[in-house]
Write a protein that binds this ligand. Structure first.
Ligand code: HEC
Length: 154
């Protein structure tokens, strides 16, 4: 720690400025990649529970509970990456309405969080898991119908 502090002091002495080597704000393209990655990880894990709900994969309580806990951690992640100016910068399917109807978008995101928060408890039993996967699925679809474009745009 002392050594790195000495280096910073030296850098200021040499250049006259303190240059911080990381960007203060991620670029729009980085935000787009981040939220898409988060959605993809959410999608993969949610689909695993969806397969159990449809009877395509055997119910395993430990796996279901663990996946539910993971989804609870993942669920908020995409929604920190829809800031101003992140509608463009890389191919994406975010509908411009996200930025013009912010209250409605926020409400859709909150509805999703509320249903996800019930998943861990529901995952302990196959029937309640099925029901809760259905409730969550409605919030995914609802938001996609209103706020996700069919075709990606730049
Ligand atoms: C409140 C809105 C909202 C909710 C709720 C939501 N999504 Fe999305 N989702 C989006 C938007 C907007 C995009 C497009 C993001 C982009 O392209 O930048 C997206 C994209 C995706 C993608 C594709 C990622 C990509 O690379 O384009 C997947 C997969 C996905 N969502 C799955 C889900 C699943 C599964 C759920 C529910 C468990 C869910 N989403 C809930 C808004 C939502």
């Amino acid at each position: 720690m002392r050594k790195s502090l000495q280096k910073i002091v030296l850098a200021i002495a040499v250049t006259g400025t303190l240059h911080i080597a990381y960007a203060a704000d991620p670029k729009p393209e980085e935000e787009i990649r981040y939220r898409q990655s988060a959605f993809n990880v959410i999608g993969r894990n949610f689909n695993a529970l969806g397969a159990i709900a449809k009877g395509e994969r055997p119910y395993d309580q430990a796996f279901a509970v663990k996946t539910a806990a993971l989804l609870e951690l993942l669920a908020p992640l995409p929604f920190g990456s829809f800031g101003p100016g992140t509608d463009k910068g890389a191919l994406n399917k975010a509908d411009p309405k996200i930025w013009t109807e912010q209250a409605k978008y926020k409400e859709a995101a909150e509805k999703f969080q509320v249903e996800i928060a019930k998943l861990s408890a529901a995952a302990k039993d196959l029937n309640s898991l099925k029901a809760q996967v259905g409730e969550i699925g409605k919030t995914c679809k609802g938001c996609h119908d209103d706020f996700r474009l069919k075709e990606a745009r730049q």
